[in-house]
Design a protein around this ligand. Sequence first.
Ligand SMILES: Nc1nc2c(ncn2[C@@H]2O[C@H](COP(=O)(O)OP(=O)(O)OP(=O)(O)O)[C@@H](O)[C@H]2O)c(=O)[nH]1
Ligand SMILES: [Mg+2]
Length: 204
Amino acid sequence: MGCCQGKDQYESKEPFVRKIAIVGNSGAGKTCLIHRYIHDEFDENTTQEFIPTALKMEEKAQSIGSGKEVILNIYDTGGQETFRHLRKLNYPKSDAAIICFGLDSEESLKDVDKNWVPEMRRICPGIPLLLAGLKKDLRDYRVYSDKCLPESSGHKMAKKHKMVGYIECSSWNSENVEQVFFKMAEAAAKKKNTKKVDASEFGS
Ligand SMILES: Nc1nc2c(ncn2[C@@H]2O[C@H](COP(=O)(O)OP(=O)(O)OP(=O)(O)O)[C@@H](O)[C@H]2O)c(=O)[nH]1
Ligand SMILES: [Mg+2]
């Protein structure tokens, strides 16, 4: 076995690469989550004008403890229906996925159940999925707090789909953002022999 594969790779101190897909409804806050993680700042441009993503890749080395590092190739996929085909072309070879919803949007949580988990499970069977509830800061504002989903609904959804966990975070104030990627990197690093599926099998 080569130095960059399977058990040897996870146990070695050398950094290795994992492809992480970030999926969820348009407007859930995926691009802001990645921007906060990579640049440690809130993406202020998004407050002036909402710019939907098509597809974007960012890279960052994430420590997973005991001196080990994983290079995360983070694929930001646009949640809009227009980008459905582009998303599906990009999913294969993902080692793990963060499925996102906005804590202020019940519809975005319903779509985790209806669209995002089934889509990922079908195209990337067996990869670890982490559920992330975004915009946690909105709970601190009285005008939004009543509208925000309770923490229990995220835990319930993660349990239903046997995801590796549920984390609520805020790209606005950075709460728990690092934890989301730490948890995902850890799970992706442990995952071996992911079944790779060719995108051409899935049509549009
Ligand atoms: N209050 C608050 N607003 C946020 C947060 N994250 C994102 N937003 C806002 O939510 C909106 C959508 O954010 P994006 O990150 O662009 O959403 P997206 O999921 O990437 O959307 P698509 O690219 O279309 O799939 C923007 O107006 C952001 O400013 C957050 O943590 N807190
Ligand atoms: Mg985006």
